[in-house]
Design a protein around this ligand. Sequence first.
Ligand SMILES: Nc1ncnc2c1ncn2[C@@H]1O[C@H](COP(=O)(O)OP(=O)(O)OP(=O)(O)O)[C@@H](O)[C@H]1O
Length: 637
Amino acid sequence: MNCSLINKTFNYQLFLFRPPLTSLRLGTTLCCCLALSVRRIRSQASCCCVSAPRSYSSSHSGTFMEVVKAVSRQGSAAPDSIAIRADQQSYSYIQIISSAVKISNLLNNSDIKTPCEARKDENPSLSIDGMGKQRLLGGARIGIVAKPSAEFVAGILGTWFSGGVAVPLALSYPEAELLHVMNDSDISMVLSTNDHRELLQEVASKCAAQFSIIPPVPSTSSLKNAHDHSHPGEIDELGILSGSIENSNNFFFPSQSAGQDPALIIYTSGTTGKPKGVVHTHRSITAQVQTLTEAWEYTSADQFLHSLPLHHVHGLFNALLAPLYAGSTVEFMPKFSVRGIWQRWRESYPVDGTRAEDAITVFTGVPTMYTRLIQGYEAMDPELQVASASAARELRLMMCGSSALPLPVMQQWETITGHRLLERYGMTEFVMSISNPLKAMRKPGTVGKPFPGVQVKILTEDENGDNTDGVGELCVKSPSLFKEYWKLPEVTKESFIDGGFFKTGDAGRVDEDGYYVILGRTSADIMKVGGYKLSALEIESAILEHPVVAECCVLGLPDKDYGEAVCAIIVPKADAKVKQEEDLKPAISLEELCSWAKEKLAPYKLPTRLYLWDSLPRNAMGKVNKKELKKVLAAKQ
Ligand SMILES: Nc1ncnc2c1ncn2[C@@H]1O[C@H](COP(=O)(O)OP(=O)(O)OP(=O)(O)O)[C@@H](O)[C@H]1O
């Protein structure tokens, strides 16, 4: 690689600019043990340049509907154990599974034309339910559109229970996007709750899907009054508790390889292109929930505070399916609220040193959530700060991911709460694959090491065949790898290299301790400036240390001399914004920023363009769509 030093003439630009919110796909507000049958993970020799020490046993016993079975077993073993808390109500495991069975009946009794029946029409000799068994959906897609709630969970489990493929969709999607995803995945039925009936009935009819309301899940308090308690025996009759559902006489299963059947389609965030439907199987889901439960020691004693969207893997797997698999309690706080979260932690661990019965033990969030929580903490009076910090300290585990955790945020959080955030790396296509350890050293600026059974390769040659000093595209092979992109066989094929490794599109390297460092999306975070390949994430992390900077986004804009120019967009802190208005002077100039940053960044990494904005356009996962932003800014140049 040609690494000649660039002699730059800075083209200083400063804009006070409010981003054109409507032109981007946004959601400025962040809408945000009794470990059951944790299967052992066995060793396997490594076979590629960088690989994991151990491999998941492909012969582990259960791969079909393990989450459903685990929920049932938990309900059976501990009938009073709480699976979900939402809207001040509690819902037991037994009640969730009992509602899932009701939903399954509802789906099976609907006149959804299953994919098998469609095939039967073409070939009438195929008998689907000729054996008198209950008819299953045979892979029909069921859209689940509900706020985070017991009904949402029962909807997912009920869909699986009836042989359907769950497609969790966001209520926050504009109608056009909902329609795109529903049409793309050929949804047969939309399940929702009464509060969204009107909107979703209309959307469902537009894409020729049926619509049904998820029957309200009775809460534990309503059960006490109504004596409407489901008993483990009722559910066991269906063969779930005994784990024999595949062989159950009650149901017809279309194939012997049910574990390989699609179970879930999740649409990617669209950070790098149009959202694609990622198909996960029962097998890949099982592998992932087992891995997470084991690695992070989720148990039935854990209580999760959940404030993430459920149509992305972080909120769905890390904070819901794996906890349910482990028998934990998940408490939904559907709208991320800084005040609400601090308060919930304080209620969990009051200043008198006691601990509430429903005390939160685990929290997982995206970096922007922690930034906001730090801002909320700084705005508290000293007494409240002491109570908040000491309560947060009591949680067992705090985790972060979905985008890069900037070092200053990690350090500030550790100073306030004593928690070194456990940062991990994941993606819709394989859920989580690399993680800092629960007990050993969590290394700042890294995402840790591959989970047992996960193999990671780094393609260290660039397009010209030159070695890139250990930096390259991460490729992942994992038992939790997706099956395919929905209806995109060519894209699926192109996403894999020999040996079944999935090309992530992320650039990274391994440090001297074997920990992985993520440098960002090759298509959006890696800038080519002169002869250099620069990581926007590294520059963002450095700029965030500046005292007036609250948030920052770095991207490359087209530049006729250097190919790309480093552009920084900064959101100043609240007090700097006030001062900016009083002094009629920008909170920070490009000269000031560069003169401060030259101690931290090499000269060729310093920004040459600066924008000051009131906020950054972030999606539901707190991510900035840099591809879109680049287009908007490039057009303005
Ligand atoms: N700890 C982390 N550090 C840095 N980046 C991370 C981390 N965790 C996740 N990411 C980023 O998030 C990406 C996965 O998120 P997701 O699957 O939602 O895709 P996306 O990039 O947001 O959207 P799309 O695939 O549609 O472009 C990873 O490829 C990586 O770029």
